[in-house]
Design a protein around this ligand. Sequence first.
Ligand SMILES: NC(=O)c1ccc[n+]([C@@H]2O[C@H](COP(=O)([O-])OP(=O)(O)OC[C@H]3O[C@@H](n4cnc5c(N)ncnc54)[C@H](OP(=O)(O)O)[C@@H]3O)[C@@H](O)[C@H]2O)c1
Length: 343
Amino acid sequence: MLTARLSRPLSKLPGKTLSFSNGENGTRRTLLFYPASFVPVGRRTYADAVNPVGSKAVLVTGCDSGFGFSLAKHLHSKGFLVFAGCLLKDKGDAGAKELDSLKSDRLRTVQLNVCKSEEVEKAVEVVRSSLEDPEKGMWGLVNNAGISTFGEVEFTSMETYKQVAEVNLWGTVRTTKSFLPLIRRAKGRVVNISSMLGRMANPARSPYCITKFGVEAFSDCLRYEMHPLGVKVCVVEPGNFIAATSLYSAEGIQAIANKMWDELPEVVRKDYGKKYFDEKVAAMETYCNSGSTDTTPVINAITHALTAANPYTRYHPMDYYWWLRMQIMTHLPGAISDRIYIH
Ligand SMILES: NC(=O)c1ccc[n+]([C@@H]2O[C@H](COP(=O)([O-])OP(=O)(O)OC[C@H]3O[C@@H](n4cnc5c(N)ncnc54)[C@H](OP(=O)(O)O)[C@@H]3O)[C@@H](O)[C@H]2O)c1
């Protein structure tokens, strides 16, 4: 299995320098070579695609910004009937307004906080009542809504762990359960947006990692259960695209850091010290400025999962550095991968 998983991308290696670092301080070292023709994992062929035209309905959560916003527009351009769930539609958020300004019958924004069961149920009703024949169901659900934060385990409050899980994990579970009756009727698709951090952990990212590992486990269980019913479940694991979305902002990082420091127990504050704390915040700022600025690989991966006759189980839209790091961290013994990337 290991050979099979490595063979597709590795078969396309030799040619160009690849650098790597421990990810936290931003320094990079040369590791191996890959060819100029190496096709990024997020780029897929579209052979045997299902036909999106014919009012195939898809609901995407978290469309106020980032991947969700771009995806809603992209799926609309491909002919889908798109329901764009927006957290702040009722508050007149710019993202929802811009989607509404397209004034298309096939792109409808819906107020949707995935943490609120009543809003999720209302969204199901909006979709159901818009379908020509609700008994034929809806084609796709993309669980994209998410939030993130950072901080060592000892810096992170229980409240923060719960807040992130409420959106990323329980929001995904809640929304999926509510839409499944419609998806099952169409033998459709569930696409869950996880992260490379749902496959490999990273220091100072435990509140986020545990929710994305949970999304991966949930997706696997659901895929096994749905297989006999004809529903396909896919996971998309983006790398670092923070520079291209609203997951973090410079002000956001500072606000999180200030709140975290203010609320730290005295013993933690004293033992780690402000210098160490500030260095970790600076490392996070560097990470957030270093990602890809083009979200096309992510949008293409999600589109493939929704349209290919035989979609992949997992998609890895990420650059070579993160792809290789993920392979090493998930397939080599911890004693080795820890030495390469963590220690
Ligand atoms: N960007 C990356 O590098 C990256 C990498 C791996 C995975 N991801 C994942 O990709 C997904 C999209 O993130 P993004 O990078 O596009 O960030 P983003 O621009 O912040 O998009 C996330 C969206 O989710 C919305 N949201 C937050 N809480 C919500 C809730 N309770 N209910 C419904 N919607 C909610 C946000 O609304 P507001 O804007 O109104 O807050 C925002 O529109 C997330 O699941 C994230 O974990 C991102």
